[in-house]
Design a protein around this ligand. Structure first.
Ligand code: NDP
Length: 425
C-alpha cells in the first residue's frame, strides 16, 4: 500500500493514476472516475420512476484498513467532510495495533407473515410446526434457483405478539439463506407464495407478507485491541485518552441523546461504504438502529472497555443485510468498480468491512472529541464548503477557505464579502 502514502496530499489526477495502477483499472473504468456521472441516464431511467437526471456524490478512498490480516482500500461515497479523514486515521491507529478482527454468522434473512383473526393460535403454531417441511418446500419452489446455489428457505418460526388493542397476532418468520444476495425480492416472493397455505393451516388471514430488516441471524462482529501508548497525544497520556473514550461510551450507554449522535457517527462511515458498493443503505440503517434498540432501550452500537493489560477494547456487532450481487449492484458501474478497488469477494466479507469502517469511524470521532474536540479537524474542509456555498469558483476556493480560517470567521457572509473583494482586485 506504499503507493497510497500521503494520498490526501496528491492531486485528483495523481490519485486516479495511483488507483488505476493498483486496481488495474480498464480505460473505461478510469473514464467513469474522470466523469461526474458513471451511471448513464438510460440506465437511471430504468432504475426508478419519473427519472429526470442523476444526483452525484463525491467518491473517496478510506486508507489504512487492516481487517483479518488483509489490507483494504475502502471506497466511500459521501457528501460530508471529514468522514474519510476520520476513517483513515482511526484505521491507521488500529492497524498499528494489529488491525481489526472480524467474523460473521450465517446469513439467514427473515421473511414475515402476519396472520390475523386466527381462532386458536396455540393450535395454529402446532400445525405450522407439524407442516414445516411442506411449508419450506412451497417457499423454495417460489424461488428454486436459490437452493441450486446452496441456499434457500431453511427454517420457520411461529410466535404471537399482542397489539395495543390486546389482539393476538400470529407471526411466522421464514428464515432464508440468501447466499450472496440481500434477498429482499426473493423473500418477498417466498412469503407471498407461502401465505395461502398458512391461511389454510391456521384459519387466519395473511395480512403483511414482507421481509424484516432486523436480520439478527445475519450479523457481523468486528473488534480491536489498542495499546494505551498509541493513544497518547501531546497533552495527554494514552491511559487518560483510553479512560475518556470508555467514559464517552458509558455516557452514550446512559443517555439516548448522546447515543443517537454516537451512532450517527458510526453510520457516517457505514452508509458511505454501503453506498459505494451499490447496496441498500436504508436497509442497513433500519437494521442497525433496530438492533441498537433491541433491549427496549436505544443503546450505542459500539462497546469500549479495557482488558486486564490496560488495552482499549472496541467491539461492534450489527445486522448486515448487504449483498455482493442483485439489486442495482451490477447496474451501477461504481458498485462494480468498488468491488475491484477493495478486492472484495463475498457478501460476508463486505459485511465485515462495513462494520470495520463503523468501528474505525467511531474510534476516530471519540478520540478527537475527548481530546482536541471535533471542530479543529473539521475546519479546513468546512471552510471550503462555506466558500463553495458562498459562490466561490474552483480557482477561488482555496483562497477563500484560507481567509475564513485565518480570520476565524466561519460563515457564509464573510466568505461572500471576501469573494467580492477578490474579484475587485
Ligand atoms: P434481486 O431481486 O436482484 O435478486 C438477487 C439476484 O441475484 C437474483 O436474480 C439471483 O439469481 C442473482 N444471483 C446471482 N448469483 C447469486 C448468488 N450467488 N446468490 C444469490 N443470488 C444470486 O435482489 P434481492 O432479492 O437481493 O433484493 C434486493 C433488492 O430489493 C434491493 O434493491 C433492495 O433495495 C430491494 N428491496 C428492499 C426492501 C427492504 O429492505 N425492506 C423491500 C423490497 C425491496 P437467481 O434469480 O437465479 O436466484
Amino acid at each position: 500500500m506504499e503507493a497510497f502514502d500521503k494520498f490526501y496530499k496528491k492531486t485528483l489526477e495523481e490519485r486516479r493514476e495511483i488507483l488505476a495502477e493498483y486496481a488495474e483499472l480498464t480505460e473505461e473504468e478510469q473514464a467513469f472516475l474522470a466523469s461526474t456521472g458513471a451511471l448513464s441516464l438510460e440506465k437511471a431511467n430504468h432504475m426508478i420512476e419519473n427519472t429526470i437526471g442523476i444526483y452525484s456524490l463525491p467518491l473517496g478512498l478510506g486508507m489504512n484498513m487492516r481487517l483479518n490480516d488483509k489490507e483494504y482500500i475502502v471506497p466511500m461515497a459521501v457528501e460530508e467532510p471529514s468522514v474519510i479523514a476520520a476513517q483513515s486515521s482511526g484505521a491507521k491507529l488500529i492497524a498499528q495495533n494489529g488491525g481489526i478482527t472480524g467474523t460473521t454468522t450465517e446469513r439467514k434473512m427473515i421473511g414475515q407473515i402476519e396472520l390475523i383473526d386466527v381462532p386458536d393460535t396455540k393450535l395454529a403454531i402446532e400445525k405450522i410446526t407439524a407442516n414445516q417441511d411442506k411449508l419450506l418446500l412451497i417457499a423454495n419452489e417460489a424461488h428454486p434457483s436459490l437452493q441450486r446455489r446452496g441456499g434457500g428457505a431453511v427454517d420457520l418460526v411461529a410466535r404471537t405478539v399482542t397489539t395495543m388493542q390486546e389482539d393476538e397476532l400470529l407471526i411466522v418468520h421464514l428464515l432464508v439463506d440468501t447466499k450472496e444476495a440481500m434477498g429482499a425480492n426473493m423473500i418477498n416472493t417466498m412469503v407471498e407464495s407461502l401465505a395461502p397455505e398458512l391461511e389454510q393451516l391456521t384459519a387466519g388471514i395473511a395480512n403483511m407478507r414482507i421481509l424484516s430488516n432486523l436480520v439478527d441471524d445475519a450479523t457481523a462482529t468486528v473488534s480491536c485491541r489498542i495499546a494505551p501508548a498509541s493513544l497518547a497525544t501531546k497533552t495527554h497520556t494514552g491511559e487518560w485518552v483510553r479512560d475518556r473514550i470508555i467514559a464517552a461510551y458509558e455516557f452514550a450507554d446512559a443517555d439516548i441523546y448522546r447515543a443517537a449522535t454516537h451512532n450517527k457517527g458510526i453510520m457516517n462511515g457505514i452508509d458511505a461504504v454501503v453506498m459505494a458498493f451499490g447496496n441498500d443503505w436504508r436497509a442497513v440503517e433500519a437494521a442497525s438502529h433496530a438492533y441498537a434498540a433491541r433491549t427496549g432501550s436505544y443503546k450505542p452500537m459500539t462497546k469500549w472497555s479495557k482488558d486486564e493489560d490496560g488495552f482499549l477494547l472496541g467491539e461492534l456487532t450489527l445486522p448486515m443485510p448487504v449483498a455482493f450481487v442483485g439489486g442495482s449492484i451490477a447496474v451501477h458501474p461504481i458498485a462494480t468498480l468498488s468491488k475491484k478497488i477493495a478486492r472484495m469477494e463475498s457478501a460476508k466479507e463486505l459485511a465485515m468491512l462495513v462494520c470495520a469502517v463503523g468501528l474505525t469511524q467511531n474510534l476516530a470521532a471519540l478520540k478527537a472529541l475527548v481530546t482536541e474536540g471535533i471542530q479543529r479537524g473539521h475546519m479546513s474542509l468546512q471552510a471550503k464548503s462555506l466558500a463553495m456555498t458562498a459562490g466561490a469558483e474552483v480557482n477561488e476556493i482555496e483562497a477563500v477557505a484560507a481567509y475564513l480560517q485565518e480570520t476565524k470567521q466561519m460563515n457564509v457572509m464573510a466568505a461572500k464579502e471576501y469573494i467580492t473583494k477578490l474579484r475587485q482586485n
